[in-house]
Design a protein. Structure first.
Length: 989
């Protein structure tokens, strides 16, 4: 016997011919099934609707058409004159019109598949897929006839109507929209726009809160606070504010402005009308740039651009190939290509956009703790969601709280440090008795941002932090027995301000006590006079004690003696001492006895004109000085009024007595305008000098050169930036000049400050710019150089300028402004396109015209992007394997920091670090760039469920060198094949 092999294709052909012969007998044109009716009238009946047999026969379903009351309840499938019998019906059998079918398709929102949506037809319900074929659904058991498929998620709904369901239906698209009532919903923190689309915000996220308050500020004051105000310069246009200058709620931030940036794109503006509005990218075929994934080739690619195929195979900027997922271009029915991030920020899986990494999933968590022993703050953060694999770096933002800045607005924070993914903590040295606030900004590979909440921590009291182990446990402050707690904050043990009690001590055991106040008064004798000479013995409770500390026997504690030449010497209670100014004598101020345990931080300053008459006891710490006490008779015991001489004894103080209103105040609140004579403005004798600033100006008063070095004026308080403006009548005016710009009084040019802007007039502090260096010390081509700036003014009011010159070239003067984007400050060094060593020059200027000295730093630029070369397996479009992982051997640039392989079907990349990085041990990238990486093909939960399926995976490799240059490419296609080969065909001859 001889077996003749017949191919599968041949068998199908034979079967089709037989069916054609058998079914051709049904083509008699004597019945029309059309418009839901069965009729013998063939007039106007389409050819495809004409079938053999009579209408009476149709009732028995002989022709595959079920009729009831002369209406066709099942439409037939036909091709030409051939009638295809419904496989579910048996010829000659009775039929019923109550059959059910399967409905399947896709739920979409904004053109993309939506997972987790509820899909229903009547009482039948299901949920759209959140993985694989994203957004797909299938409902079985759906009755025939008119069917409405409903879908909903998060209050958004949509439907699709099938007018006459008579067979299984696939390919349905249910597009859902968030129909809502336009306006704000403060309870749910959402906003409904004019298209009735609902937007829900996470107001704990600073960026989302700002966007929410743009729409809902007037409706949600607890969240938005000052956002509800229509005010210029706050980078916001709240709901209700107007762009019209004539409107009472006019806000300039609502207007389009193409000439300058404020970090905000107003509603109705775009990139052509406002400098803050982004540009939407649109690929242009033929421009030489391969805009992957929208393009995969260019017939004439520009330098550095790589096409995926030859120019002959490039048609309309896409390589001609079979349409399939992983071919390098977005084909019909695909939402994305493997290895890419979807436009909504989601990961591309099997050429469909998965559930996007967005919302609160992008926001890191943060915590901050204070170590009182090391005086350091430790800030830690983490991102535990699936978004973690998409993080490129973290930025730690810091704010120091004071009276002018509560650190509640993210715009007042400055960058403290930048960290790579995997670096999740920072140790910071901090000041004493200060509140710090932090938040972390996550930067993702697709340029999205995530924000943590704001974490605040307060460091301990400077008094407690400076105490050592040998200091007594308790002490007296403000007549209260006090001690330091574990957080270095002052804790009250007992309040001694009750009647006739004062805080005394500490004793040799480090303890304090509340004692009777009037014991010291009794020591002063009758009428409070001469008691010091009598060595009285007074009642201190149950016992008698001597007043004189030198006496033998029990003495009164908690008293000190003030002896002056103008006042009666007297015993006084330590409980009344709150500052050094309370002491009236040198002995009490600086004496070694120090019965009140208070005078170690005091200094005695005698009256210059008569030192023997007395002086003032004042704090050594300038921050504790109180110049205003000169006008208080209780503290100024040297004369009836405050004089310039006495004023100077209270500290670094400035006397500005006018007529009968003498005043003495701190230098910190003064300005050049207050000097009423040339000598006070410029100084005396050899110290006489007017301010000079080393700066050059060009056209339009633009700074073009100089070092900004200041030759300080010799003014009385050492403000340092004063000059004298003489007038024709012999008098004049003392003014400030911080930027060296010549004054033109007629044109009102050159003055540092606006009229009556006393904050500006009193600010003599230059801003300080701090560069945030690259972690490796290298920068990539055209780097973004980040920096922070500190000053008395808010950071968003400070202007910073930069310039670069190659090492060996003449120095340049900084004239290119830095960029402030939200809380991010940076300089785009676009000119640094080649590798080399450069000098970066920079300075900052504040609104008071204070100029920072020109600074410079050396930066190294590595403009060469890394490469990746696969050795085993080599670059292949279909590398076959039956293993759940593959081992990849390759070579990359020797300066690569890390390299990753991303199986686009999985959500996590597999990465390997350079061996040169601290703490890294093998396996790692060797000094010559060799690496060996194990890449998973399947998820662990897939390996046991697949037995006979072929799966195609695309592996995207990307590497980043220490300078920050990045290389990325889809370099390997893997065919996972666990299906055994077919049994061989044996032919016996």
């Amino acid at each position: 016997m001889q077996f003749i092999p017949v191919s599968r294709r041949g068998l199908v052909l034979v079967t089709a011919i037989l069916l054609t012969i058998i079914l051709s007998g049904f083509a008699a044109a004597d019945c029309c099934v059309y418009d839901r009716k069965c009729t013998s009238d063939l007039t106007g009946c389409p050819p495809d609707n004409i079938f053999g047999g009579s209408c009476g026969d149709l009732a028995d379903c002989k022709m595959g058409c079920c009729c009831q009351e002369s209406k066709a309840m099942r439409k037939v499938e036909c091709s030409g004159s051939e009638f295809n019998i419904d496989s579910q019906l048996t010829s000659g059998a009775s039929c019923s019109c109550d059959e059910t079918y399967t409905v399947s398709g896709m739920v979409k929102k904004a053109g993309f598949g939506l997972g987790g949506a509820s899909v229903s037809v009547g009482s039948l319900t299901t949920t759209s897929s959140s993985s694989g074929d994203f957004g797909s659904f299938s409902l079985s058991g759906v009755p025939g006839g008119k069917v409405v498929v409903f879908a909903s998620k998060d209050g958004c709904t949509g439907n699709f109507t099938i007018s006459d369901l008579q067979s299984d239906r696939s390919g349905i698209e249910v597009n859902i929209v968030c129909a809502c009532t336009p306006g704000c919903d403060a309870a749910n923190k959402s906003y409904c726009d004019s298209d009735r689309a609902k937007h829900v915000f996470d107001v704990s996220n600073p960026a989302q809160r700002s966007e929410y308050c743009m729409y809902c500020a007037d409706m949600d004051e607890p969240v938005c606070g000052a956002y509800s105000d229509c005010r210029a310069g706050d980078g916001a246009c709240p709901l209700g504010c107007s762009a019209s200058p004539s409107d009472e709620k006019y806000d300039p931030d609502c207007s389009c402005n193409i000439d300058s940036k404020n970090g905000y794109c107003p509603p109705g503006c775009d990139s052509s009308t406002d400098a803050d509005c982004g540009v939407v990218f649109k690929p242009a075929c033929g421009d030489g740039f391969v805009s992957y994934p929208f393009e995969t080739c260019e017939k004439d690619p520009a330098e550095g651009q790589v096409s995926f195929c030859s120019a002959e195979a490039c048609t309309d900027c896409n390589c001609v190939s079979d349409e399939k997922c992983g071919n390098g271009r977005i084909d019909a029915g695909e939402q994305c290509e493997l290895g890419n991030i979807c436009v909504d920020g989601s990961v591309c899986m099997d050429c469909r956009c998965s559930e996007k990494c967005s919302g609160s999933a992008t926001n890191p968590t943060i915590s901050a703790g204070f170590d009182k022993d090391t005086k350091q703050v430790k800030v830690s953060w983490s991102l535990s969601s699936a978004c973690d694999s998409l993080v490129s770096s973290y930025i730690l933002m810091e704010c120091v709280k004071d009276s002018s800045n509560p650190c509640t607005d993210v715009a007042t924070f400055s960058e403290s440090g930048r960290f790579y993914r995997g670096e999740n903590e920072a140790i910071l040295l901090v000041s004493e008795n200060t509140q710090y606030s932090f938040f972390v900004k996550a930067l993702f590979v697709d340029d999205r941002l995530g924000f943590s909440r704001i974490a605040s921590i307060k460091t301990g009291s400077d008094f407690c932090m400076n105490r050592g182990p040998a200091d007594p446990e308790e002490f007296c402050i403000d007549n209260k027995r006090s001690m330091c707690d574990s957080n270095n904050n002052i804790k009250v043990v007992e309040d001694c301000t009750r009647q006739d009690l004062y805080c005394s001590g500490p004793d040799r055991n480090g303890k304090t006590v509340c004692e009777l106040v009037d014991a010291c008064s009794l020591c002063n004798g009758l009428y409070g006079m001469f008691g010091i000479y009598l060595n009285l013995k007074v009642n201190t409770g149950d016992d008698l004690a001597f007043c004189d500390p030198a006496s033998q026997g029990e003495t009164v504690s908690g008293c000190y003696v003030d002896k002056t030449t103008s006042l009666f010497p007297a015993y006084k209670a330590c409980g009344y001492v709150t500052s050094c100014y309370d002491f009236k004598s040198k002995e009490a101020c600086t004496g070694a006895d120090d019965p009140c345990s208070f005078n170690k931080e005091c200094e005695w300053v005698p009256l210059p004109s008569n030192p023997a008459f007395g002086g003032i006891c004042r704090p050594k710490n300038e921050q504790m000085e109180d110049c205003s006490l000169c006008d208080d008779p209780e503290y100024n015991w040297l004369g009836p009024i405050c004089t310039p001489e006495v004023c100077s004894l209270f500290g670094t103080c400035f006397y500005q007595g006018v007529d009968n209103t003498p005043t003495c105040s701190s230098r910190a609140v003064h300005y050049c305008l207050e000097y009423d004579t040339q000598d006070r403005c410029l100084g005396f004798g050899a110290n006489k000098a007017s301010v000079e600033v080393d700066v050059l100006y060009g056209e339009n008063n633009t700074r073009i050169g100089g070092t900004h070095a200041v030759t300080r004026s010799g003014d009385e308080l050492g403000l340092g930036k004063c000059y004298w403006e003489p007038w024709e009548d012999g008098t004049g005016k003392c003014r400030r000049d911080a930027d060296g710009l010549p004054v033109d009084t007629k044109a009102s040019v050159g003055f540092d400050c606006e009229r009556r802007d006393f904050f500006c007039e009193s600010d003599f502090t230059d801003p300080v710019t701090s560069l945030l260096p690259s972690a490796s010390g290298l920068y990539p081509a055209s780097p973004k150089i980040r920096y922070s700036v500190s000053d008395n003014y808010p950071s968003d009011k400070i202007s910073t300028f930069f310039c670069v010159s190659q090492v060996g070239s003449p120095a340049c003067y900084p004239d290119e402004p830095g960029v402030l984007s939200g809380v991010d400050r940076y300089f785009m060094a676009d000119k640094l396109s080649e590798s080399g060593r450069y000098n970066l020059y920079y300075y900052s200027a504040d609104p008071a015209k204070n100029l920072e000295l020109i600074k410079s730093t050396l930066i190294r630029v590595d403009a060469d992007a890394p490469f990746i070369e696969l050795i085993s397996p080599r670059n292949e479009s279909e590398f076959g394997t039956n293993q759940p992982t593959i081992s990849v051997l390759g070579r990359t640039a020797s300066d690569v920091s890390y390299l990753c392989a991303n199986n686009t079907a999985l959500k996590k990349a597999t990465c390997i670090n350079s061996c040169s990085k601290r703490g890294v041990s093998p396996p790692c990238i060797s000094a010559d760039g060799m690496f060996n990486l194990t890449v998973p093909i399947l998820a662990s939960n897939q390996q046991s469920s697949l037995s006979s399926s072929n799966i195609v995976r695309s592996i995207v490799f990307y590497a980043e060198d220490f300078a920050g240059n990045v290389y990325s490419n889809t370099m390997l296609g893997v065919l996972y094949d666990v299906k055994p080969p077919e049994a061989p065909t044996i032919v016996i001859r």
